[in-house]
Write a protein that binds this ligand. Structure first.
Ligand code: GLY
Length: 397
């Protein structure tokens, strides 16, 4: 009897301690999130004032504390207005709304651009968020036209949207990042775009699943195809360490992209793929949950981190946690996303106290090209804000 009472007391004390430490984590975490969002609002207001020109879009932090900018055809052009939309969504500061509109509407000519696959990033992060938040109907035809332009890069018999144009090395390169551009197409398919759009996006995802995803849930960065036969010519990397390694941002693009594709199609193969990628990603994280730039970079732990990959994965995992039915698995994705965000909101990764114009530091554009190494990147900031707002909107587990 006494023994049982003792056991019961131990169980009760343990439960109370767990609940207390969980809620302490939660309230500390909420403070960090709010602080990071307040800080982001301040950074973005400063950035909009400093850049001023609506034809220049923040891209990466320069050592002197200014932004390296891009014109509207750079692949990151939509992320700056996207950040402004998120900052407005959080703060309701009218100057941020005005800035978001200014840099979004400057991208209107991109709707006709067919020079690469990045139109999805450019137009969906900008116009897509603008439409989500304001229901401005004049944004819909821009998004639809952009999706139709992007779909011109889809050909048979390959059955995929070509990412980059052919060059000395590749004939029909498709990169894992391209999964992200499908969201634009799914939107257009539901808003009056031509009828094949949905099938193009779905087929692109099915073929990416077949040829980019390895058995263990890791991913190739670039798969090159023969445009005449549709056969795979090569599986390589451009921004990762090696052809057979796993570039962490590519893995994050895939995780996020397959999650979104499952949301849009409800085809369970995409959910299974998203989970495979997520499980691989989670298993290869270091202690603080912020990945090295490549999971197999040779000198880990003396390699650069990539906070942009962390931010993309956090946002993707938050959504994935809402789509899986197994409660324990859902919790695993949710807790991992919060752990990533908890690290990213810390002084180790937030730019506060540095001269960077961005929000997150320690991101990496491309180590093999020695471009934008260990800097702030606007797309890292974009997915960081998206993840923080997804959390605040109340994705609960
Ligand atoms: N989509 C290009 C990159 O992730 O660097």
């Amino acid at each position: 009897m006494k023994k049982n009472l003792f056991r019961l007391t131990v169980v009760l004390v343990t439960v109370i301690m767990c609940i207390t430490s969980c809620s302490l984590f939660q309230s500390e975490f909420d403070k960090r999130v709010n602080h990071a969002l307040d800080y982001s609002v301040m950074q973005l207001k400063k950035s909009a004032a400093a850049i001023e020109n609506p034809l220049q879009f923040a891209r990466s932090g320069n050592p002197d504390g200014t932004w390296r900018t891009t014109d509207m055809y750079g692949w990151t052009s939509g992320h700056f207005p996207g950040c402004l939309w998120y900052a407005w969504e959080y703060s309701k500061d009218p100057s941020l709304k005005a800035a978001a509109i200014k840099w979004t509407e400057a991208l209107e000519p991109v709707k006709d651009y067919t020079g690469n696959h990045d139109v999805g990033f450019m137009i969906y992060c900008s116009y897509g968020n603008g439409y989500r938040l304001t229901h401005n109907e004049s944004y819909v035809p821009v998004i639809v036209k952009a999706a139709e332009s992007l779909s011109t890069r889809y050909t048979r018999p390959v059955g995929l949207i070509q990412s980059w144009n052919s060059n000395d090395r590749w004939k029909y390169p498709v990169i894992i990042d391209n999964m992200m551009n499908l969201e634009l197409i799914f939107f257009a398919a539901k808003h009056g775009g031509f009828s094949e759009l949905y099938l193009i996006a779905e087929e692109h995802a099915l073929n990416t699943m077949k040829n980019h995803v390895r058995e263990d849930g890791s991913t190739f960065h670039v798969v090159d195809y023969d445009p005449e036969t549709g056969a795979v010519r090569a599986k390589n990397t451009a921004q990762g360490y090696a052809d057979d390694s796993t570039w962490s941002r590519g893995q994050a693009w895939g995780l996020y992209g397959f999650t979104m594709t499952y949301r849009e199609t409800k085809n369970p193969v995409f959910l299974r793929t998203a989970q495979k990628l997520a499980d691989f990603y989670i298993e290869h994280l270091p202690e603080d949950y912020v990945p090295y730039w490549d999971f197999f970079a040779p000198n880990i732990p003396n390699e650069k981190r990539d906070t942009s990959a962390g931010a993309i994965a956090a946002s993707g995992l938050l959504e994935l946690s809402t789509l899986v039915s197994d409660k324990a698995v859902s919790k695993k994705y949710y807790r991992t996303a919060l752990n990533i965000l908890n690290s990213l909101c810390s002084p180790e990764y937030l730019t506060e106290g540095t001269n960077s114009p961005g929000i997150l530091q320690h991101a990496v554009g491309s180590i093999p090209h020695n471009v934008e190494v260990d800097v702030s990147l606007i797309y890292g900031d974009y997915y960081f804000l998206e993840a923080l707002l997804r959390y605040k909107r109340g994705i609960k587990n």
